[in-house]
Structure formats: C-alpha cells, structure tokens
Design a protein around this ligand. Structure first.
Ligand SMILES: [Zn+2]
Length: 288
C-alpha cells in the first residue's frame, strides 16, 4: 500500500531496478520550497489541495544523489548539498531552510565506498547538486576516484562566474556531457536547458526499460498539473518550459520511469494515463 505522507516528507533511501541496472536514491537532506516559488498563487492553491505540504506550508524537497550500479561498476548522478545548513531567513524568498550531510553515510550503508565511484555526473552546478564533490582538501576528496561530467554550456557558464572554489575543485576532472554522450555504461546525457544554461538530464537504459533522471527540470510532482510552473530561479523560463514539456512527453511512454531528486519521498514514479486525479505522478515503490 502506498503511504500518503510520503508526498510531504524527505525521502528514505530507495532502490529500483531498470533492467539489469540498480538505481538507488541516497538522500543527503532537505530543502523547503514554498509553492509560490514554483508558480505563484495557482501552484499554491493546487498544492494546498493535495497532501504535498509540510506543517509549515512548504513542499518537502529532498536533496541527494542517485547511485547507479551496473554490475560492480558505480556512478552517481548529483552529489547533494554537503554537510551544510542554511536557515530560512538567509535563503531567497520562497525557499525555507536547506540542509545536507547524510549522503556519504547513506552510500556506506549500501556498501559503497565513495572513493570507488567511477563517475559523478551533474545535472547542473547549483550548490545542492555538487555539495560532496567540492568538500575537503584536494588530498581528501570524497570522490577521489571519479571523473566528473556536466553539460558543456553549464561548465562554461560557471567558469565565467566568480566562484574560484567551484571551478578549481571540479575543473581538474570535468568532462563535457554532450547531448547523447554515454557517460557510463547504460547512462546517456540528454541536454535539457532552462533551469540553468547547460542543465542536463541522464537516461539510464537496460533490458528495454528506461529511467530519466531529469534533475531540476521539475522540482515537485505538482508541476505535472501545469508545465508552465517553473522555479523562481530558472535561468531561461521559455527554455525551461520547453524542457519540462519534453521530459513529460518522454514520461508518457509506459516503459519509462522518472526520477525527480527533489520530489519529497516519491522520487521514482511514472505518468500513467490517470487524468482526473489531481496528482498525475504515480510513485513507483521499491522492488528490492
Ligand atoms: Zn536543485
């Protein structure tokens, strides 16, 4: 049975199989997002009519990374927020507090040594996606054995920004995740710009099944009600809407599972033809 409270809380560690590839969401922490941050009054009204709000009126955004295991080889899509906490009063309007810190411990609980991860592929380079990759001095980096991937436009944009730490730490091992490039066996980059200039989704494919890790193309399942509901910090709103529509079109294929890293405790799901229900996202429970 599906538990309704999962729509309004941080994710647990959850695993599903895509063909022969095992994908596991490893939570790092939580970010609170007010529905007005996504789409103004309309989104607020919609969210209030669902079970998606926490006790303070925020959507519960999980923060974390997606572990992809193909045989004995491992990669990670996004790297959480790191061991940090920023209180609500220091966050941009529309966001509550953000907190991370559990990802590495979560990997170890799954029997995964972070140093043995071969690839860390970033959907984009916001702080809540690169956290553990930029922590620690160079000789004690968490993902010491990994090559990094990000969209080329993403890397170019951040390299031009005044953020030497991000550029220094990531740059030594950064590779371009060009559209269609296989970044790891069974995992292909898909350019989905808009939220940031080089935002990239990743498609995991095995045994005729597909999973789309769509990053911050969508922050909450309430956005399936209206793809125009973007996030307040979308870099290019028109592009962001187009990318959202493209992802939604892909998810209409019943063989495709979606992965939304900020989707409360309903990170894996699909979009079956269930028009008439308020929330179109259908969570996919763990099958392990
Ligand atoms: Zn994010």
């Amino acid at each position: 049975m599906f538990d309704n409270s999962r729509w309004a809380r941080m994710s647990a560690t959850r695993s599903i199989m895509i063909g022969d590839i095992r994908v596991s969401y490893v939570p790092d922490g939580l970010v609170q997002m007010h529905p007005r941050w996504l789409g103004g009054a309309a989104a607020q009204d919609f969210a209030a009519g669902t079970d998606c709000l926490d006790g303070e009126g925020y959507l519960a955004g999980s923060v974390g990374g997606l572990l992809v295991e193909n045989g004995d080889r491992r990669m990670l899509i996004d790297a959480g927020f790191g061991g940090n906490r920023v209180p609500a009063h220091l966050m941009p309007d529309g966001l509550g507090q953000i907190e991370g810190g559990r990802l590495v411990e979560g990997l170890r609980e799954l029997g995964v040594a972070p140093g043995g991860i071969e690839v860390v592929a970033f959907t984009h380079l916001h702080d809540d996606h690169i956290g553990w990759a930029v922590r620690g001095p160079a000789d004690r980096e968490v993902f010491a054995g990994a090559q990094f991937f990000a969209g080329e436009a993403e890397w170019r944009w951040w390299s031009g920004a005044v953020d030497p730490r991000r550029a220094q730490v990531l740059g030594r091992r950064m590779n371009p995740a060009a559209d269609g490039r296989e970044v790891f066996p069974g995992v292909t980059a898909w350019s989905t710009p808009g939220h940031t200039p080089g935002h990239t989704s990743y498609v995991v494919e095995s045994g005729g099944q597909r999973l789309i890790a769509f990053g911050d193309v969508l922050h909450s399942p309430i956005q399936f009600a209206d793809p125009r509901w973007g996030s307040a910090n979308d870099f290019d709103r028109t592009q962001a809407v187009a990318s959202r529509q493209a992802v939604i079109a892909e998810l209409s294929d019943e063989k495709v599972t979606g992965f939304g890293g900020h989707f409360a405790d309903v990170v894996f799901g699909s979009l079956p033809d269930n028009t008439g229900t308020r929330l179109r996202w259908q969570p996919v429970d763990a099958t392990d």
